[in-house]
Design a protein around this ligand. Sequence first.
Ligand code: UT7
Length: 414
Amino acid sequence: MVTTNTTAQSARTNNGARPTPVQYAHIVGWGMAVPETVMTNDDLSAIVETSDEWIRTRTGIRERRIASDHESTATLGLKAAQHALEVADVLPAEVELVICATSTPEHIFPSAASLIQAWLGANNAGAFDLSAACSGFVYGVNIAAQAIRSGSIRTALVVGSETMSRVLDWSDRSTCILFGDGAGAVVLKASDVDGGVLSAVLRSDGTGGDLLGIPTVGSLDIEGVTEISNGHKFGKMHMNGGEVFKFATRVIGDSLTQAAQQAGITLADIKLIVPHQANARILHAAARNLKISDALFMSNVERYGNTSSASIPIALCEAVQQGRIQPNDYIAFVGFGGGLTWAAMVVQWGSPQVTAGTSNFINRQRRQLSYRLAAWRRTLLRASRSIGSSFARLRPEHGRMDRLKHKAEQHPFE
Ligand code: UT7
């Protein structure tokens, strides 16, 4: 039976235009993790020719966090995910899908999502990384929500995690001053209660791919080179800031308006917009274009800089902590970045039953046990695989395989 939320329904006008989902997808948990090390604008001015004044006035950023040698995209993502599971009071075994939106994974594969899945002990989940740069978190939430709304899964974890400091060109003052490291995560759960993720607009324009990017191992002719043919450094970010700025201010307004229309509401119904945190001036220009107050945009770029796919879930966590989102509120996410990609989404906040800190004591112990078991399982499986392969080498057929391999090397066409 579908329980109708009357407050929500009254504000929505074209609800009938979209098929009623099998179940609604609500955000029921949220968490964030940032490295301890703070890098201020003054610290940066010792590295490149810049100043606190220039960075603050052009971007609104005062400081950002930088990952230590022991931190990575997956470890930060894991911490954020654990906080989100705690708030949601969900056990790792209940999670059926783990998506990690990131541009800075440790490996091309295994995905950061698979590492997080294993470390959590989320043994009933599929996992993959999602590459849509700073729009990735909104893309990920939409995929998870669609899986829930179709009835194919009940619980999903979406992480946005980045170690941007590892892909920055620290000699390029036009980019290295902008970015920081961190992670955020949400848990989505099926519910009969109307609301949750109401709409999503996902867009891409690959013709702008050269405006913002990080060339990696699939680039042509990379062996032994530090620069690829168009002058971009291998593994380092490059950006045309002015063009990205213009693109961002345009798509924020367009996509938010479309997402609101799709959800059957107007922008005036939205209580808070949680945008990708790139530059305070971008948000100011977008607010001016939309003729809405700057205060409608959640902003914490001042303290974390641009954390790419992590910036929206980190800002969401802080908005909840600050009491800026209440049950039944309409909120919107909007992301934009490399690809070029952009994405906007309207969510009706519908988790009155969940508030941080109220999570069930027994379940908390079970989650801790799951994390410990996951670590033991990993150690045991690795040990048994290595013992297994040592034994395999002693078997007679192994010697035969070695002889065949040797023969094949000597006579490759036989
Ligand atoms: O996640 C999405 C990804 N990226 C973005 O959203 C970034 C979008 N773009 C921006 O935020 C802005 O374009 C920037 C902050 C990157 C640059 O601001 P701007 O107002 O567009 O500056 P500009 O590139 O037009 O540069 C103005 C001047 C230049 O000097 P000249 O040529 O006028 O003498 C730059 O060389 O500022 C200079 N400059 C700097 N000066 C001090 C550029 N970077 C710096 C710096 N410190 N860090």
